[in-house]
Write a protein that binds this ligand. Structure first.
Ligand SMILES: NC(=O)c1ccc[n+]([C@@H]2O[C@H](COP(=O)([O-])OP(=O)(O)OC[C@H]3O[C@@H](n4cnc5c(N)ncnc54)[C@H](OP(=O)(O)O)[C@@H]3O)[C@@H](O)[C@H]2O)c1
Length: 314
């Protein structure tokens, strides 16, 4: 089968178009013919090698974790899936493997793709939708009337966080750049803050902040929280460690890292919302063919993607 792979760390120049054996499903796995897969920042961050101390890529690595496709073969001990089922998943672990004509995926993290929802939308959703859902849960934002701030509201995680918080009856304020203000409003945000106009998100206004951009100074996010409020940091870095450790010593506010747990239950919930038309994934661009992966990585690395980028394989 054809795949995109890398065998050394670097930029898009390390990606190679290769012929490689079709993987075989082991216990608990499905072999899937990949129709579409999507790109996330973790994919090119792992490829760069900057995360290798915590997230070491296999060698060679077939990147990308999110895919939609049809089950070709069912491994031993799998329940709930059959040959011919259309599925979507964010493959757990570090092996990815979605940038290929076929991939093996863990059945317990996959869900049946909802009828009437395209392969493109199904591949775009898994990682970002689960992160948004779990991040909002972590900061206790999924309740009627909660005041929720989503920073980076036009990106992959953020645009779904706005919709999921609204779905649960929260009052949502989104933060984005000027060109995305109308887009974020169209997702259902009650208020939109243009970060190029102000870095003031208010004082003591929010029960929960989901920071999907990782760029705002911590002091601004802390100031925006009500006492007892929580910031869920989707893009944690070393500068967040100190407040995470020390905040409980002097404040009722909290800063917590969001760590994705790819699992079948959340995947199924998201698939159901998509099937019912409650959750829509914005796709900025669909790239035709595996060889277009470098272009998708380069676009995603800009940090300015609106929604998601998807690659059509078959
Ligand atoms: N912890 C986890 O498990 C987990 C899971 C998923 C993602 N992540 C991380 O979370 C981050 C976001 O992922 P993503 O897929 O949503 O990325 P993305 O699609 O690239 O979105 C980033 C968004 O950030 C916005 N942005 C850029 N500068 C900003 C600023 N100064 N203030 C507010 N917004 C700003 C951009 O919007 P504009 O174009 O409007 O500026 C863009 O839409 C990445 O670092 C990713 O690695 C972590």
């Amino acid at each position: 089968m054809k795949a995109m792979q890398y065998s050394r760390y670097g930029g898009v120049e390390v990606l190679e178009w290769v012929e490689t054996p079709r993987p075989e499903p082991k216990a608990g796995q499905l072999l899937v013919r990949v129709h579409t897969f999507s790109v996330n920042p973790i994919d090119w961050k792992m490829m760069s090698g900057k995360l290798r101390l915590v997230l070491r890529a296999p060698n060679p690595c077939t990147p990308c974790f999110d895919l939609c496709g049809v089950v070709e073969e069912v491994g031993p001990e799998v329940k709930g899936f059959a040959v011919g089922d259309r599925i979507l998943t964010r493959e757990p672990g570090l092996h990815g493997g979605a940038a290929a004509e076929f991939a093996v995926v863990r059945a317990d993290a996959a869900a049946l793709a909802p009828d009437g929802v395209s392969d493109v939308s199904c591949a775009a959703a898994p990682l970002v939708a689960q992160t948004a859902l779990q991040g909002l849960r972590l900061c206790k934002a999924l309740e009627v009337g909660k005041q929720v701030l989503v920073v980076g509201a036009s990106g992959g995680v953020g645009h779904l966080a706005v919709q999921i918080a609204k779905l649960h009856g929260a009052q949502v304020t989104g933060v984005c750049s000027t060109r995305n203000v109308e887009f974020v409003r169209s997702l259902g945000a009650d208020e939109v803050i243009d970060y190029s106009q102000t870095d003031d998100y208010g004082q003591g206004r929010f029960d929960a902040v989901l920071d999907c951009a990782g760029k705002a100074p911590w002091k601004i996010l802390r100031r925006a929280l009500k006492p007892g409020g929580v910031v869920g940091e989707v893009s944690p870095s070393v500068r967040h460690f100190w407040p995470m450790l020390t905040l409980p010593l002097y404040s009722r506010k909290r800063l917590k890292p969001v760590m994705l747990d790819a699992n079948g239950e959340d995947m199924q919930t998201i698939a159901s919302w998509m099937g019912e038309g409650k959750l829509t994934v914005e796709v900025e661009q669909v790239y035709e063919g595996l060889q277009e992966l470098p272009k998708a990585f380069e676009r995603n690395e800009s940090g300015r993607t609106r929604g998601k980028l998807v690659i059509q394989v078959a």
